[in-house]
Ligand binder design. Structure first.
Ligand code: PLP
Length: 406
């Protein structure tokens, strides 16, 4: 316990212990209540504003009467309902894939699917007994250096060599693919990078994967519901075919306004994950009540184009004005708009001053991003008004000048 006491002391003394604000009531409204004050939220991942959408709420109300609140157990034992299966059919169809499997969160999807795909089960029948044998395949996972923590953790569980390639650097990726020509390979990348808001060069990745016979996986947590004409994600954004990618992962936790993760792909892949992904087998699923709301969310995301248009308009409006003021928004090209501040303590000060003005935009700092690259990770929603964005801009300019950032 002394070790634990010491590390906590270290984190608190250096201002590294998180100080998450406590929200009273819904955390997904544009305006939330914190410490009794009305606060404008500019850091939510509920990009389309679906978490408080009336259609979803109605679906959840109806489902809670029918199914109750919990999941009752894992899918393979007691928690496999019609509505969860319907959600899998709906998300597979939306993503243009043959089938899908859902997990309680996106984190669970990555940490379940990646090891299962890398370390393929090796079973043998000896007499009348089935015996698991060690996998003999030499696997390589090629992972973009800015991939999300859940991918990194999934890779660590995969008993494979992890080869990190430079962020979106196709020359670096190719040189590493060449080096491991004879191995079984999986290239994994975020679709939209969660802390930088830029988009992976998926067509180039697909080309390289074909050339070097590698499997491909895209984590479309921040692209699903957002990118492409119908919001089908990074694959649609680039005009690729869903079958060009072997494994399409996503979450229901962001643009779909709920909670949960999924993997979509061929029926073969999904049938296998149902017996090999440990986070599917040994953990509770998305409860039926949330599944019902998510079926409505996918329909809303697919058909309500105006939400996506508002979101994109708001993102372009905020980013161009921030750039004009002189802020560095890195390579953002989506609704995730980082504002680079640099020094950790300066960024914390910036967030605190914004909060005093009634705006929530917490500091993102090491270890989520490299040391010395602390930033405000601003996100806009389809439901922000121009007046609300203008209020943010006004305060960004004042504080930016006061702290000598612009
Ligand atoms: C790129 C990416 N993948 C996966 C996840 C995990 O999703 P969830 O919050 O549903 O666990 C996140 C969450 O922030 C993410 O940004």
């Amino acid at each position: 316990m002394d070790k634990i006491r010491n590390i906590l002391k270290f984190l608190r003394e250096n201002n590294f212990y998180p100080n998450a604000k406590i929200i009273t009531g819904s955390p997904t409204n544009v305006e939330v209540v914190i410490e009794g004050k009305k606060i404008l939220m500019f850091c939510s991942n509920d990009y389309l504003g679906l978490a408080n959408n009336e259609v979803l709420k109605k679906a959840a109300h109806k489902a809670v009467d029918e199914y109750g609140v919990g999941s009752g157990g894992s899918r393979l034992v007691s928690g496999n309902t019609d509505i969860q299966n319907q959600l899998e059919e709906v998300i597979a169809k939306y993503k243009g894939c043959e089938a899908a499997i859902t997990f309680s969160t996106g984190y669970m999807a990555n940490t379940g699917a990646i090891p299962a795909i890398l370390d393929v089960m090796n079973l043998k029948k000896i007499g009348n007994k089935v015996v698991p044998l060690p996998s003999l395949t030499k696997n390589i996972i090629l992972s973009d250096e800015l991939n999300h923590a859940s991918i990194i953790d999934g890779c660590r569980l995969g008993h494979s060599k992890i080869v990190v390639f430079k962020h979106k650097d196709m020359k670096d990726l190719e040189s590493k693919l060449k080096k491991y020509k004879k191995h079984r390979k999986l290239i994994v990348t975020d679709g939209v990078f969660s802390m930088d808001g830029d988009i992976t060069p998926l067509p180039e990745i697909v080309k390289l994967a074909k050339k070097y016979n590698a499997l491909t996986m895209v984590d479309d947590a921040h692209g699903s519901g957002v990118l492409g004409k119908d919001g089908r994600g990074t694959v649609e954004h680039f005009g690729l075919e869903p079958s060009d990618i072997d494994i399409i992962m996503g979450t229901f936790t962001k643009a779909f306004g709920g909670v949960g993760g999924f993997v979509a792909g061929s029926k073969l892949l999904i049938d296998y994950l149902k017996v090999a992904a440990r986070t599917y087998i040994f953990s509770a699923p998305i409860p039926p009540v949330i599944s019902a709301a998510l079926v409505a969310a996918v329909h809303e995301a697919e058909t309500n184009e105006s939400l996506r248009k508002n979101l994109n308009d708001n993102a372009v409006y905020l980013r161009t004005r921030l750039n004009k003021m002189g802020f560095d928004t890195l390579s953002s090209e989506t609704q995730i708009i980082p504002v680079l501040i640099g020094e950790e303590s300066k960024c914390i000060k910036f967030s605190d001053l914004l909060f005093d003005k009634g705006i929530l935009a917490p500091t993102i700092r090491w270890p989520a991003v490299p040391w010395g690259q602390a930033r405000l990770r601003l996100t806009v929603k389809a439901t922000h008004t121009k007046e609300q964005i203008n209020l943010l801009l006004e305060n960004m300019e004042k504080i930016g000048k006061e702290l000598k950032i612009i």
